[in-house]
Design a protein around this ligand. Structure first.
Ligand code: ATP
Length: 635
């Protein structure tokens, strides 16, 4: 609040109120943000940007927010950028008149297609000054590009991108390229966008004066309102119009939880054993549920009888589970018009009533599955109810949500069952229940406090994971991005023999290396991974990652693939950069003896284990005196 006190200015707009906001204005803001290391300053830069738009052309706020988030639609709509490099390079050849070889050489040299585009456009002499790009225009073009499918779609995309590039100038081409790649990477997290949005609107409506000493309160109320509204309905298409129309503190009433729009799932924290759970929940009532090992499934049943199933990432997974989607309406209890359930979809052998391992589920096709072709049967294990008959239940305690779950649907063995649970504080009873859960083919337990609310997208202290693995290692597995590889030697020649793994640091929006992994793969796996990862090679020696010059892989990959890995323990590493500065000022953290558990198709690399979590796990290990005994695997 101090930073804003008596700060009444907005940036001098170069356009008149009501006129479209020039894209150059936003591109300059991106440039300033990319060059600013401090989070608070980044927020302020964005607040000034949004305030200027609010004061002049508020209808451009929605496209501006989407462009800042590098999105073209809410995630559940599945409309994405991420245009391949070959299309972008072809468009760049057209727009600049350069040869493909020249563009490729420049790319290898610069390491970033955005920089190549910016440099090429800067050198170009043009006869006519093209009409300047607008925020609306660029956003609409991005949407059209993302929607373009079918015959000749590649040529159409190249044409659209060429047009954008030809009209671009100054710092615009670089950001256009990076945004189209889906890697804007200016160090602007989604959370910061929403905080800036809240501050900007509050300052726009009430000014920045702090003479009443309540500025800090007003800003905090605005942030809480925007966060709550977005957690109920994660769609800017709904949030921004409401933000423009209603008092900000009333937002949560107007941006309603809507069946058909998935909320981000609540997440659990890892623990090292029953003792830690009892310690953390000493004064609270809690319950233990089986932790099924499948895929998160948020099941929406809408008033018009439609069923949607969403993944952990809010992707529409209904096409993967047509069999489940078909059975839901018959299980809905009488009088139930709409509901949203949180479940785990698990591979299941109906004849024997046995839960099957995740590996079996992962053999199911991912899209457009035909019911007649289904070989892997799936049972939904439902553990929460977030919405029932027009009432949102997020702020209700778990006891009530569990009651709502049994009011919402009937069980049908092998197709939809309530998650098994036990409510007890007896250590022995809990130990037995944990053993039973593992014997039944699950990963262990999730322990939940009974009065906790549902906290979308939060890794909450009210949900604790108690995995069977806690006995052998560090309490939890890690989900890491595969960002590089080394060519195999000898028997492994022709495929990659080792891979470089990284975690995501949301603060700086960067991937930081955590380990090299090279053992424990079958020949078959190496062949398959090498084939799949080839598609993601980035032809540069200088990728946008945090790594050490002393551990350079033969090839770099775009961070697309996520692997779940087990490890023996954590150690401070001079060569790895995970959680740099969190446990040691100059060194990162690495994991020792990593082993692949499974490929995680349901997680994006940005959703993988975070640098912060790595630091947390490291400190926990230090506390439980399980000191690392040796050097990291690759050192
Ligand atoms: P996270 O989802 O916490 O990032 P992760 O994807 O690696 O971690 P796990 O650590 O295996 O997953 O555990 C959390 C996941 O367990 C949930 O996201 C959910 O899909 C699954 N799960 C299974 N049973 C339950 C349950 N009873 N309650 C909540 N989640 C459950």
């Amino acid at each position: 609040a101090k930073a804003y006190a008596n700060y009444d200015s907005v940036e001098l707009a170069t356009w008149k109120a009501g006129e479209p906001v020039p894209f150059l204005f936003l591109a300059h803001a991106f440039e300033a943000i990319a060059n600013e290391p401090k989070r608070l300053q980044i927020t302020q830069l964005l607040v000034t940007t949004f305030r200027t738009i609010l004061a002049t052309t508020p209808e451009d706020l929605l496209p501006a927010v989407y462009l800042c988030s590098n999105q073209v639609a809410p995630s559940h709509e599945g409309l994405e950028l991420g245009i391949g490099d070959s299309i972008l390079m072809k468009a760049l050849c057209l727009a600049t008149g350069k040869s493909m070889q020249k563009i490729k050489d420049d790319y290898a040299e610069a390491g970033d297609l955005g920089n190549v585009a910016a440099a090429a456009r800067a050198k170009q002499k043009t006869m006519f000054k093209p009409k300047p790009l607008t925020v609306q225009g660029v956003f609409k073009a991005f949407q059209t590009i993302a929607r373009t499918q079918g015959a000749k779609s590649q040529d159409k995309k190249i044409d659209l991108i060429n047009k954008l590039l030809v009209s671009s100038s100054d710092v615009e081409p670089g950001f256009i390229m990076r945004a189209l790649q889906g890697k804007l990477r200016i160090g602007l997290g989604d959370e910061t966008v929403r905080v800036a949005l809240a501050h900007a609107q509050s300052l726009h409506r009430h000014g920045a004066s702090n003479t009443d000493g309540k500025l800090a309160n007003r800003l905090e109320t605005a942030v809480q309102a925007v966060k709550q509204a977005y957690s109920q309905c994660p769609s800017y298409d709904v949030l921004i119009p409401a933000l423009l129309q209603y008092p900000i503190e009333e937002l949560p009433e107007h941006v309603k939880f809507t069946p058909g729009v998935p909320v981000k799932p609540m997440l659990a924290k890892a623990t090292t054993g029953i003792a830690e759970v009892l310690d953390k929940f000493a004064d609270q009532e809690f319950t233990c549920e089986y932790k099924y090992d499948g895929e998160r499934a948020q099941v929406h049943y809408t008033e018009d009888g439609k069923v949607f199933i969403y993944s952990r990432n809010s992707e529409n997974n209904t096409g993967k589970y047509p069999d489940i989607a078909a059975v839901i309406p018959s299980l809905v209890k009488e009088g139930v018009k709409s509901m949203v359930l949180d479940c785990e979809a698990v591979a299941f052998e109906r004849a024997t009533g046995k839960i099957l391992p995740f590996q079996v589920l992962s053999t199911r096709k991912r899209k457009d599955v035909e019911v007649a072709d289904i070989k892997v049967q799936v049972c939904l294990f439902a553990f929460d109810c977030l919405y029932l008959n027009g009432t949102m239940l997020l702020q209700r305690p778990l006891t009530e949500r569990r009651a709502a779950l049994s009011q919402a649907v009937h069980e049908k063995p092998g197709e939809l069952q309530y998650a098994l649970f036990k409510t007890s504080t007896d250590v022995e009873e809990l130990g037995t229940f944990l053993n039973e859960s593992v014997a039944a083919g699950t990963e262990g337990l999730i322990v939940k406090t009974l009065d906790s609310t549902y906290e979308p997208s939060k890794r909450s202290l009210h949900w604790l994971k108690l995995k069977k693995d806690y006995l052998e290692g560090v309490g939890d597995t890690l989900d890491v991005a595969v960002i590089g590889a080394w060519f195999g030697k000898g028997k492994r020649s022709g495929v990659y023999g080792a891979f470089l793994l990284a975690v995501f640091n949301a603060e700086g929006e960067e991937f930081q290396t955590i380990s090299k992994i090279g053992t424990g793969f079958s020949e078959e796996q190496l062949k398959q991974f090498s084939e799949e990862l080839k598609e993601h090679i980035i032809p540069t020696a200088k990728p946008y990652y945090r790594f050490s010059e002393t551990l350079l892989p033969d090839v770099w990959f775009d961070a697309k693939t996520v692997w779940e890995v087990k490890c023996a323990d954590f150690s401070i590493s001079p060569r790895h950069k995970a959680a740099l500065g969190l446990a040691d000022p100059d060194k990162g953290i690495s994991i020792r003896f990593p082993r692949l558990v499974k490929v995680r198709d349901d997680k994006s690399p940005e959703d993988a284990t975070s640098a912060e979590q790595v630091a947390e796990m490291y400190f926990k290990q230090a506390l439980t005196s399980k000191q690392p005994t040796g050097k990291a695997d690759d050192e």
